[in-house]
Design a protein around this ligand. Sequence first.
Ligand code: ACK
Length: 986
Amino acid sequence: MSSGNRFSLVSLFLGIALCRLTHGNQVVLLDTTSVLGELGWKTYPINGWDAITEMDEHNRPIHTFQVCNVMEPNQNNWLRSNWISRQAAQKIYVELRFTLRDCNSIPWVSGTCKETFNLFYHETDEAHGVKFKPAQYTKIDTIAADESFTQMDLGDRILKLNTEVREVGPITRKGFYLAFQDIGACIALVSVKVYYKKCPFTLRNLASFPDTVPRVDSSSLVEVRGACVDHAEERDTPKLFCGADGDWLVPLGRCVCSVGHEEIDGSCVACHPGFYKAYAGNIKCSKCPPHSFSYGEGAAICRCEKSFFRADKDPPTMACTRPPSPPRNLMFNLNDTCLMLEWSPPSDTGGRRDLTYNVQCKRCGPEPERCQLCEEELRFLPRPLGLTNATVAVVDFSAHANYTFEIESLNGVSDLSSFPRQVAVITISTDQSGPSLVGALKKDWASPNSIALSWQQPEQTALPILDYEIKYYEKEHELLSYSSTRTKAPSVIISGLKPAAWYVFSVRTRTPAGYSSYSPKYEYETTGDSSDMASDQGQVLVIVTAAVGGFTLLVILTLFLLITGRCQWYFKAKMTSEEKRRTSYQNGHVPFPGIKTYVDPDTYEDPTQAVHEFTKEIDPSRIRIERVIGAGEFGEVCSGRLRTPGKKEIAVAIKTLKGGYVERQRRDFLREASIMGQFDHPNIIRLEGVVTKSRPVMIVVEYMENGSLDSFLRQHDGHFTVIQLVGMLRGIASGMKYLSDMGYVHRDLAARNILVNSNLVCKVSDFGLSRVLEDDPEAAYTTTGGKIPIRWTAPEAISYRKFSSASDAWSYGIVMWEVMSYGERPYWEMSNQDVILSIEEGYRLPAPMGCPVALHQLMLHCWQKERSHRPKFTDVVSFLDKLIRNPSSLLPLVEDIQSLPESPGEDMDYPMFISIGDWLDSIKMSQYKSNFMAAGYNTLDSVARMSIEDVRRIGVELIGHQRRITSSVQTLRLQLLHEQEKGFHV
Ligand code: ACK
């Protein structure tokens, strides 16, 4: 071939920057652009392909092969590469860069000029000495140019470079040759790159994964087990899957940092001094709890400061504690047969709750130093040691004796301290009489609503009189109720009485030794209606305040009444009797006209049929997994992107089914998709589709940026307006209305199962009935054997598994409470058993702080025992809509209701609690009993008037406890108001 026929193209490439395809996941076996010496490729015949090597500006060779015998027929020119080692490759990729001359642009060549060439390969184990025999070569493909160039292009020095990539595999021998057959084209082969793909070494979830070569079959993944990084341990076997393109997919399992170490940027770093980590897990090192320290790095536990201790069963997270100070205010009350000792808990509990008391008795003669122990002689009720209440009764004592009682407070670390214990001491002479009685009770004056009384103080009192208690009731209604009030002076004005009515009064004194008995009863009458009004001004004022304060509440209640068609106050004492009304929709679903009915996938004989019917199969290549966002029972939950042809790529959450599952697990996993796929509503999580035809099996749903509602609210405590919170509740109610209209009963409605997107839209998720309950960490086994999230579940569902949309409405009330308290745990740390009992007794969650009255009323409505009385979701949605349209209806907060009657007295018949002790026990705040008593709050109605400042003032320091007490105070107040409205008391 004459050199005139050849296009010297090399110089044309000198100015072209070759863009090389280099990826982290490619292993290059050959790249002609990086070979510095001669390539040494063979050509057959010798005058076919021409090897040209020129230097670029960096003095690096550019190897090019050209052939351009377009004028001559029957060309068969071969170019063969050197032997290329396969290394670990199973499948190789050949990337060719070349230019090709357009035959039409060359005159007189029709018939001889071609525009393609052929690519071949031949596998061998020997690297040398293989003679070139074209017949041994296997054709990979015919290569044509996407772009060919013309003479004119050459004039303009425009070069049209083509890049073609071909896959070859599986390759099984040690290496291979490539060959290029020209059949009469005008080609310049500018570069040849041969590579294979691998998933490169990576660190994920604290595990390292080695370089891995993918399988040849692009639909199957290589499962790779990771090794935990230093100071980490396996939690769930860490795995990744190597995809055909060299991408790691579907991270499963994980390692977690060991004790004393925390994760920082993908490795486990020792905790700094002053910090500790007691458990392996993905938690950070914590500051040493109060009164403890750690000096070195990597502490698993902090040591206690001097004089502070940790009991055997104390968790490492707990502060170190010390023994309590001695009991305070030791008092006694003595009668002929019984000596009551009472005291207040110590001012310093040492930081613990496991407070107990021991009582020791000494009997002393005239010489005080000669005392003898006397526990043996006496009987202590309930016992002398290990008392949990701050009181003990002593019986079987001798008359005319002096007893000294030492009361010691103890807690779980008392035995660990070597300091001498401090005790409270009281000496009692059994001669001593109890507090004295008052003299006669006299009426000073009476008006239609009030009576003024006075009495003579007892003449001699051994102990100071603290105050007097006056008990009174209307004579006609003696058995119904009575009231009481206290005064420090020996006189009182009792108001709020009925005109022209007879009342019965008696009085008793209180000294540090306790109460005296009541005085005899005295009967006095109020005057008729026409008499002096001036003396009753105070009472009128109370009524007016009550009326104004209660008005707003009444407006809201009326609204509610109108919407739901009835108003059910729900307190234990006033519960209406069980009505027998049952709606068919709660017993069995009656489809709404025009609304699709939910089909239970379990009714299909073959569950995969339901999956086919209700879900779309997604090609896994359309899914890109980006990161793991959580763990489900069946596998990881990941976030990622989903491509759909012709649509914008969207963010998705991907639930995976981890490997090694049994058929039942796969069925249960996909069951949720079969359920979700039937729903289409803006407040129900949307199913995008499923992957069932390849591994891993996946469920793909829309992505909700803010994750689950409970943790979202906890992270943003106090950040939202009431209207925003009501908006969220409205969304959830709307989703639930849709579900109930379709006849679907959720059974596990709770804030943790609601997801929130970036616009604060809430969507109901977690479907799958029994499966959901197995999965829910809140679900506990009941006596009937089922697993149920007790705190969220209606009583009838707990007792006899009667789940219905009405039991979902109960759960919705709990979700309302969770939302209004920013993710507080319902019933706090009460045990499940206590929750069940207290609900049975009529206790209901009090309004969270800052909760509008209207919303707490709606919650109470949802928590009616009789399920047919609970609101339907359609009622809830329209009620919340009205509140949103009329935001002023949300202004009255439960804590604002101050319109209470004048002190109705300690013994008022409270529907829920009999004493402050009971009340505090019920909200698990028993440790503050003494604070209430010490501050003089000894009636429930005085408690009902407390503001949050009052709660702080009496020494409740923890914000969570202040909240809990204040919310419950609000409910007490509501109850009082309700009682008043019903005229239940005098
Ligand atoms: O509270 P989270 O961040 O929200 O953690 C859990 C975790 O996965 C395990 O369930 C989150 N999650 C579940 N589904 C989605 C979703 N569709 N979009 C965003 N996060 C989700 C959930």
